[in-house]
Design a binder for this molecule. Structure first.
Ligand code: ADP
Length: 299
């Protein structure tokens, strides 16, 4: 039996991609797609040629996070053309193929695997420095297949995104073990939503009362302006999730993988993601953008 023709085709296609980075998470909703999107923006802003491949087949959020909702994919004789945000940042997502963004994708394993294979084989990325792959959460069929397919070529490494709670960290341990088992180097773990940081001046104040809460923001802000104006320039922080057991950093230490850093919960980052923008050029993202930048600079 000769070599698998699909694997040969994938290896040929991937020959023009210098580094493949997998972005993984144990659970959904921890910020994996947000990180993949901002990582791609950051690499492109450093003048690299970047591709972003979204294979989170059940919940493709990359088109929205890159400001590309409602776009259609075009085919040329070289394959499927990515949709370009900038001339050096191309994107491919299952989301572009759904006639209606509200359609739930409820495909079973073989069909999902077939599509992933096609994504790896048929997208015309051209010569690129980085391919960022936003993988589905968990260690499911899709992971095993993408890793198997990508093993036809060398994977630069995986970044695992988590939140600080134990329930998310337990799944990260599984994800790290999965990478070790299949031989994908773990570039490191990012602890996202690591506390809430918000400029004091953006806070809302609610006053509890018998009839429910009422908005007391105007009253509180006037009070602060008169009595303690210096508070307006501080950043309010809240732990939100219980990280008393050491969070991701301690787990990385125990498992012998690099800890890349913490990104706080930042309403402005969420807004940038909703609007499909890079957070790095946005002054309002001052709570999260420097943290993301220092993580990305370590890669
Ligand atoms: P996942 O890909 O892990 O399912 P997403 O990246 O889709 O998670 O993030 C889930 C939601 O949380 C999105 O609305 C996203 O904008 C928001 N989010 C992610 N990280 C942060 C953060 N650090 N601060 C604020 N909102 C965030």
């Amino acid at each position: 039996k000769g070599p698998d023709p699909d694997l040969v085709a994938i290896a040929e296609r991937m020959a023009t991609v210098k580094h493949k980075i997998l972005v993984l998470s144990g659970k959904g909703g921890v910020g994996k797609s947000t990180f993949s999107a901002q990582l791609s923006f950051a690499l492109a802003e450093k003048d690299h040629q970047v591709g972003l491949l979204d294979i989170d087949i059940c919940g493709p959020s990359i088109p929205k996070m890159l400001g590309l909702e409602g776009q259609d994919i075009h085919q040329s004789n070289l394959g499927w053309s990515p949709i370009y945000v900038e001339s050096n940042l191309g994107v491919m997502s299952i989301g572009f193929m759904l006639p209606n963004p509200d359609d739930a994708v409820i495909w079973r394993g073989p069909r999902k695997n077939g599509l992933i294979k096609q994504f790896l084989k048929d997208v015309d990325w051209g010569e690129i420095d980085y391919l960022v792959v936003d993988a589905p959460p968990g260690t499911s069929d899709e992971h095993i297949s993408i890793v198997q397919y990508l093993q036809a070529t060398e994977v630069y490494g995986a970044i695992i995104v988590t939140t600080p709670q134990q329930v998310s960290l337990i799944d990260v341990r599984k994800e790290i073990n999965f990478c070790k088992k299949v031989g994908v180097p773990v570039l490191g773990v990012v602890e996202n939503m690591s506390g809430l940081r918000q400029p004091f001046s953006d806070l809302k104040f609610m006053k509890p009362g018998a009839a429910g809460e009422t908005d007391a923001t105007e009253w509180a802000m006037n009070y602060i302006k008169e009595n303690a104006p210096e508070l307006l320039s501080v950043v309010a922080c809240s732990e939100v999730f219980d990280s008393s057991r050491g969070g991701a950093e301690k787990m990385c230490h125990e498992m012998g993988v690099p800890f890349l850093g913490k990104v706080p919960m930042d309403p402005q980052l969420c807004k940038a993601a909703e609007e499909g923008r890079s957070c790095f050029a946005d002054q309002r993202c001052s709570a999260s953008a420097p943290a993301l930048k220092s993580i990305i600079d370590k890669l």
